[in-house]
Design a protein around this ligand. Sequence first.
Ligand SMILES: Cc1cc2nc3c(=O)[nH]c(=O)nc-3n(C[C@H](O)[C@H](O)[C@H](O)COP(=O)(O)O)c2cc1C
Length: 327
Amino acid sequence: MSMSGAIDQNEFRSALGAFATGVTIVTATDKAQGDVGVTANSFNSVSLDPPMVLWSLARKSSSLPVFEAADHFAVHVLASDQEALSNRFARGTSAEKFAGLEFERGAGGSPLLTGTAARFECRMAYRYDGGDHVIFVGQVEAFERSDRPALLFHSGRYALAARRAANLEQAQPEAATADRFGEDFLGYLLGRAHYQAYGRIRPVLERLELSLVDHFALSVLGLRGPADIQEINALIGYTGYRFDPAVASDLEKRDLVVPVDHGKLELSEAGRRKFLEAAAAAKAIEDEMLEILDPSEADLLRHLLKRVIHGTDPGLPRLWLEDGSAG
Ligand SMILES: Cc1cc2nc3c(=O)[nH]c(=O)nc-3n(C[C@H](O)[C@H](O)[C@H](O)COP(=O)(O)O)c2cc1C
């Protein structure tokens, strides 16, 4: 089958990529040929009554014989943290795709992967010719939905979903121009979001008789354990505040930190209580923010903020390690 002469295949692909989709992995099994699974974004809903879905598979796919023979398949709508799983099922042999993966069995024995945003177990209802693809239509026999945010695919790249808030005024066109400060000025948005949300920690710190720099230092010691003045300064450097020896000896006099070996400081019992109280207040503010944002938006906001932090990082040490724990 060849492309019509008038259509450039790359341009066509790129135009199709303008249509944002989720990402699925479709699995099936066959007694003789074993388990197969492919990453597919061609999935779509077809009918509500009876419940039906479709997807299409390239004729050149090595999994095709199994999907041609199977009487069932399972569609897994991937969650935003399943990009690696998506890549795993987009290349390699079937054995490599399933190697080391734990899975259950669904209708017709189809492998059922876990941690997904949704899952549909289908009976194969129809197969249609679709040019260089085969279109499979399944009748849904069972499904599951979680509240995990979905992974998206758009313009050939993975993406995250953001709900459009209907009640936010669109920026005035003139405000968006680079040479003017306006409501869409990023510095204003980042600053206002930070001060407005986390400004509410200030009365808590006042009650605890902690300055901001006291709070930063106690937080470093509380999260990471003993550290010296230089290490604390490196870790709070991004704030623009400095933890001077005078502030350190003041904290020591107030019995909030105690010196330990090698010039390091450690939280005292009283220091730990204040650290925990301030941390609880910060956590409460985060919980309030998570009531404004749904899980996929919170995911997206974290992702974008990390990109800004990464893109502007002058090489400061990281307070948090890869696994989310403090270093
Ligand atoms: C995001 C994404 C979406 C994809 N969607 C499809 C699709 O809808 N249909 C398809 O045939 N291949 C699709 N692919 C490519 C297949 O996943 C890949 O070619 C497949 O794993 C082939 O496996 P197989 O040859 O072992 O069957 C997609 C790949 C990615 C990364």
